[in-house]
Design a binder for this molecule. Structure first.
Ligand code: AQP
Length: 332
């Protein structure tokens, strides 16, 4: 059986990158797969989170899932901390993964930066928990943005080593689903840096909750270069900001970069940015409004998470029992 699992951290403002790289694909995949979508609050606390904001951001990510179109009755939506089996399987995986594997993870290097000795241990072992999230449900497919590719390779390594060490064929080898024309949306201020929740400049990203005026202003101010737009994607080489904006346009218009370039061949950025702002507002405006409506009713959002927790726990507990048996953890 094919099963999708993916998660989003409640660690700040959800942005266009999270939407195009992940959440929009979550919605589309529910046509074909049984899907489990998780608000990964235990991942978020690998970096300091204000407790009240963490609670509020957990509801916001849930609202974004719902507003984007995930059906909470057909699929499972829950927050990670409410199913303790994630943390328990992560411990087993700490004993399977090798230090050398984790040391190669670029996200840890980027997030820990020069203050490596001060980074939390959680940030270092984050990929083990991510592997546990996915493998606890024996998920086969994981929709993510490009930045998560290395973590998914590690997840495959963990599954393979576990299966080999215990002589079983228990865990599937997951396939990443990196879909669309905007798998790595870049900052609007610097086309060489990823659009990110934690960027201190709000002008670097378009938040899912930005209103039409804010979206248009941010796109108008987005960094560009002095050349007009090229007629084909080859002309975007060495032009990271133009490449990023064309990629965003193509993804939102559900077309290819080739087609987007054809449409704006020779256009000035001012003309293109107007079209891009209009397209962005027409997509995100609806989602932002629905998120605000849902967040006005936290009781409903919490009931979705409670229902999801019960359904996720049932699968997780059954699988964890089997995993205990394989590892040799006695259930007297
Ligand atoms: N810029 C991006 N372009 C495409 N996809 C992206 N994703 C994140 N940023 C981009 C994808 O969104 C999903 C959820 O990400 P996450 O919240 O779990 O963690 P992240 O990748 O660490 O997100 P941020 O926004 O960059 O947060 P900070 O600033 O805290 O590091 C994932 O599938 C991710 O690939």
């Amino acid at each position: 059986m094919n099963r999708v699992f993916s998660g989003v951290q409640p660690s700040g403002n959800l942005h266009l990158g999270n939407y195009l790289g992940a959440i929009r694909n979550f919605v589309r995949l529910q046509e074909e797969y049984e899907c489990i979508y998780c608000v990964v609050d235990l991942h978020a606390i690998t970096m300091w989170q204000d407790p009240a904001e963490l609670r509020s951001n957990t509801r916001t990510v849930t609202a974004a899932f719902l507003a984007a179109g995930i059906d909470p009755k057909a699929q499972i939506i829950f927050n990670q901390s409410q199913v303790p089996a994630h943390a328990e399987l992560a411990w087993i995986f700490h004993c399977v993964a090798r230090l050398g594997w984790l040391s190669r993870m670029t996200q840890f290097k980027e997030k820990a930066g020069k203050k490596r000795e001060n980074a939390s241990v959680g940030l270092y072992v984050y990929p083990d928990l991510m592997a546990a999230d996915i493998l606890l449900y024996k998920a086969t497919h994981v929709p993510v943005g490009e930045d998560q590719k290395q973590h998914l390779e590690l997840c495959r390594d963990i599954a393979q080593k576990f299966n080999h060490d215990f002589g079983v064929a228990y865990f599937p080898l997951v396939e990443p689903l990196i879909l669309g024309e905007a798998t790595r949306v870049m900052s609007l201020r610097d086309g060489t840096r990823k659009m990110s929740k934690s960027d201190p400049s709000d002008y670097s990203r378009i938040n899912l909750t930005d209103d039409a005026t804010a979206i248009a202003r941010k796109i108008r101010r987005a960094k560009t270069d002095p050349e007009p737009l090229p007629g084909s994607p080859e002309g975007l080489r060495g032009r990271p900001e133009a490449d990023n904006l064309i990629g965003i346009y193509a993804a939102l218009a559900d077309t290819s970069k080739e087609e987007a370039c054809r449409r704006f061949d020779g256009a000035q950025f001012s003309t293109f940015k107007e079209a891009l702002a209009e397209l962005t507002v027409s997509t995100l405006g609806r989602i932002g409004a629905e998120m605000r409506r849902l967040l006005a009713d936290p009781g409903y959002v919490d009931s979705v998470l409670r229902d999801g927790r019960a359904r996720a726990s049932a699968i997780a507990e059954a699988n964890l029992g089997e995993i205990h048996g394989i590892v040799g953890l006695l259930r007297p």
